[in-house]
Design a protein around this ligand. Sequence first.
Ligand code: SF4
Length: 120
Amino acid sequence: MLQSPYQSVQVSAVPSQRTPVRDDEAGPWHAEAVCRRDEAGLFFAPSKEPTAARLSREEAAKQVCARCPVMVDCREHALMMPEPYGVWGGLTAAERRVVLARRRRRDVELAKARPIAAAG
Ligand code: SF4
């Protein structure tokens, strides 16, 4: 099992609490977040974090997300906002950028295909 250098950090907030989010925007998933009570320090990088430490911390955060009952809701929230920093819904900020780029490409392809389908 991967040991994070931040393993002893106590939870003080859900990732979404780092950014002001109204309860009605966050949805009911917010109250069930596992990171509300565990390892909140895993989810955001301290300044000047070395690459090896970042990779270890992000992996540890993803392990927390993997046992979270609201991972899908959290991930969609982070993609829709979009949240620019931290691990949300088991994805790093870089991974979320990849997902969003794929969705944009898919939307463009679907928009191109619509007139063809309507004409046929
Ligand atoms: S999926 Fe991860 S970041 Fe999102 S609420 Fe659950 S533990 Fe927190």
